[in-house]
Design a protein around this ligand. Sequence first.
Ligand code: ADP
Ligand code: MG
Length: 294
Amino acid sequence: MILVHLSDNKAPTERKKPVSGFQWRLSKENWGQHSLSSCAFIPGIPYRVKLICAGHRQPNRHVKNHMVESSTNAIIRMFHVHRRYGAKSALDDITLDIQKNEYLFVTGASGAGKTTLLKLLYLGDTVSEGQILVDGVNISRIKRKGVPLLRRKFGIIFQDYKLIPTKTVYENVALVLEAAGRKPRLIEKKVRSVLRTVGMEDRMKALPLSLSGGEQQRIAVARAVVGDPKIILADEPTGSLDTESAGVIMAFLDEFHSRGATVIIATHDKSLIQKEGARVVHLHDGRLLTHTTV
Ligand SMILES: Nc1ncnc2c1ncn2[C@@H]1O[C@H](COP(=O)(O)OP(=O)(O)O)[C@@H](O)[C@H]1O
Ligand SMILES: [Mg+2]
């Protein structure tokens, strides 16, 4: 008889606690594959596995940092995530899987926690409790120097564009690839190509403030997608735009979704939620309410 004991090795919030419900007695009859679904177990986190042979006083084998793979198709997994600011709970026990190439709307009134949720994904903010996996990596384990690598998985679009006013359209977009250490010739090719896609190739030398809001947001979209990110995050991307410009931006998000990106849009504007097949999750006071499909 062997007793298998699985404990959480390094999780920052639950250091070395045994994983609830995870203890099996294995005999010759039930040795082999075991289901992990019934215990509070998080794929992507190293666990300490202790195998204890009956009759031995000491555990006779440790398999340190044994990683159990996630078998899902999710690119983002949030497990019981909380974010508190003092006494205020901005996010309260969020558990959510986002699939590869999903098109997801996160909705809710102002103050519901949408921006906070997006920020936690790219370590623009850190959880108070809980775990987040991005593309199979538990982001709470990422050290400071690993953060840029995580951020390269994301293209981010904000309501207020966040373009650098002293740099030209071309330079604003090229910056992403320069920071990633790409070769100048490739940078030029990529930047031109993406500006062509968003219909702004002829404004390459312009400064952002000489453009309309809709045009500035097109540049922001170009900057978000130029590095071929796996995930596009858009936080109220059309909040400052008229209906026509908003439609243009949404069409680009559709386009990059159909090229394979996962698209996550936070918005309080229900009229934006039109894409067929998209999933909608609702936040209310930091809590996840219902899931629906458009
Ligand atoms: N840095 C912060 N410090 C204190 N409170 C914050 C901070 N960021 C967000 N909050 C609070 O958390 C809640 C959720 O905010 P936010 O995620 O911006 O909501 P939304 O994007 O849905 O409007 C709000 O009550 C907000 O005031
Ligand atoms: Mg917000």
